[in-house]
Design a binder for this molecule. Structure first.
Ligand code: AMP
Length: 176
């Protein structure tokens, strides 16, 4: 991974203090999305990491995981599965509870989103406490998918969220 690419992407992450509540520094990735060079560079980091792996599906987490995950799936030529906040998916779902850096919530995935034994890569914009992605991992396990790896554009290392995903390998590109 070229360090100048990482530096440019890092410069594209905007810190927004006290959002969505006091004490949280929100890592806003919209400047990366709106810049075609940075957006491509971010997707290329995920793609580089996926190269050589046998992947059946990419799972993306509501909502920014959809932006990165579906683009990566499109480029790899594999399926995409959304994990959504409770109440948004129309068909039968599995549900997992989780706690956030800023609150509590539930995630859902369609029960037929993947077949048992399928090789899955989980994609999201940011790993904080790991609660969200651990819930996503639990949903993938419930329907019999095999989670190969969890990939994040950004990792807030001081929150040690990767511990929640053990023993799944965790990869992140911009570390804070
Ligand atoms: P967590 O469950 O604590 O790992 O939180 C990860 C999820 O919440 C991801 O889907 C992120 O998009 C979002 N999130 C948590 N903390 C932040 C933050 N400081 N900045 C931006 N997004 C965040």
């Amino acid at each position: 991974m070229a360090s100048d690419v990482v530096d440019k992407l890092r410069a594209g992450v905007r810190d927004v203090p006290d959002f969505p509540k006091k004490g949280i520094v929100f890592k806003d990735i919209t400047p990366i999305l709106s810049d075609p060079v940075l957006f491509r560079a971010s997707i290329d980091l995920f793609l580089e990491r996926c190269r050589g792996k046998k992947i059946d599906k990419i799972v993306g987490i509501d909502a920014r995981g959809f932006l990165f995950g579906s683009t990566v799936a499109y480029e790899l030529g594999v399926g995409f599965v959304p994990i959504r906040k409770r109440g948004k998916l129309p068909y039968k779902t599995e549900v997992a509870k989780y706690s956030l850096e800023y609150g509590e919530a539930e995630m859902e995935m369609h029960i037929d989103a993947m077949m048992a034994g399928e090789q899955i890569v989980l994609v999201d914009d940011l790993l904080a406490t790991g609660g969200t992605s651990a819930a996503a991992a639990a949903l993938i396990r419930k329907v019999g998918g095999h989670l190969l790896e969890a990939q994040f554009l950004i990792e807030l290392q001081f929150l040690n969220g990767r511990r929640e995903l053990e023993p799944t390998p965790v990869v992140s590109f911009l570390k804070y």
